[in-house]
Design a protein around this ligand. Structure first.
Ligand code: DGL
Length: 273
């Protein structure tokens, strides 16, 4: 029987995995974080594609029939290439990202029809959200802003210090300045739900924060419902395994923050790492 694979450059995908696990505890999951090479946020298209493909291939080889890229940067920079150029070598395997399911429902969160998108440099530069949101909701006005310091702050668990709060505030001020009609702010990085409360403090009350974890989990549930041929091959023993390309002890120390549980992690040695 097959498992569901969940991939992120590091820890951020655990926020998505947490929501998926809460909605669908019955399946077997394998999580892989490429911590040794994270963050991906400022890496080139070619590098994110190469690293992501390597990790997805590893997950396929572990028996995952479906892999979720629980990372906006990898979804923006690698998903389409993998789907178009590589999947034919893996019959029956599939890869999904987090951008499309978010873009599909984003219209539900705004009455003013003005959306702000915060993400890594890579996600913002790719323009993926502008393209995907326009495809489903051409009536929405979307502005984006990159927050290159947020992932390192979150991974260092240092987001409540005075300096960190000043950085977070200045990024929020910048996007609000760009379009003062924004009434919904998308956290387009799977790390950002962790600082939702800090973000909230710097936003006017009428601005909705959209975090992807639950959206992606619901969309996956719907996808499995629509693909019984894939769903029926999934093991349902509630097994959860965690792998990292980095230091397992480090990974375990961070997991409580992102996943809400202590876990045991194992190290993966990838060929090109
Ligand atoms: N969590 C990843 C995302 O959603 C970004 C982290 C990184 O820069 O590696 O984009």
């Amino acid at each position: 029987m097959a498992s569901l694979g969940i991939f992120d450059s590091g820890y951020g995908g655990l926020t998505v995995f947490k929501a998926i696990r809460e909605l669908m505890p019955e399946y077997d999951y394998i999580y892989l974080g490429d911590n040794a090479r994270a963050p991906y946020g400022n890496l080139s298209f070619a590098t994110v594609y190469e690293y992501t493909l390597e990790c997805v291939t590893w997950l396929f080889n572990q028996g995952c029939d479906l892999v979720i890229l629980a990372c906006n940067t990898a979804s923006a920079k690698a998903l389409r290439n993998i789907q178009q150029k590589d999947l034919h070598r893996f019959p029956g395997k599939r890869v999904l990202g987090v951008i499309r399911p978010t873009a599909e429902v984003i219209g539900d969160f705004t009455t003013q029809k003005h959306i702000g998108v915060l993400g890594t440099e890579g996600t913002v530069q790719s323009g993926s959200y502008l393209i995907e949101i326009d495809r489903f909701h051409p009536e929405l006005k979307v502005v984006q802003h990159a927050c290159p310091l947020w992932v390192p702050l979150i991974e260092a668990n240092n987001f409540d210090s005075e300096a960190a709060r000043a950085i977070i505030k200045s990024d929020i001020d910048a996007i609000l300045k760009e379009d003062e009609k924004i009434d919904a702010l998308l956290l387009a990085c799977t790390h950002y739900p962790l600082i939702k409360e800090v973000i909230q403090q710097f936003l006017p009350e009428h601005v909705n924060i959209i975090s992807q974890d639950v959206l992606v989990a619901e969309s996956l549930k719907d996808y499995l419902h629509r693909h019984p041929e894939l769903e029926s091959k999934l093991a349902k023993t509630e097994r959860k395994q965690f792998f990292t390309t980095g230091d397992p002890a480090d990974f375990e120390a961070h997991t409580y923050l992102f996943f809400g549980n202590n876990i045991e992690a194992q190290q993966v040695k990838l060929v090109n790492k």
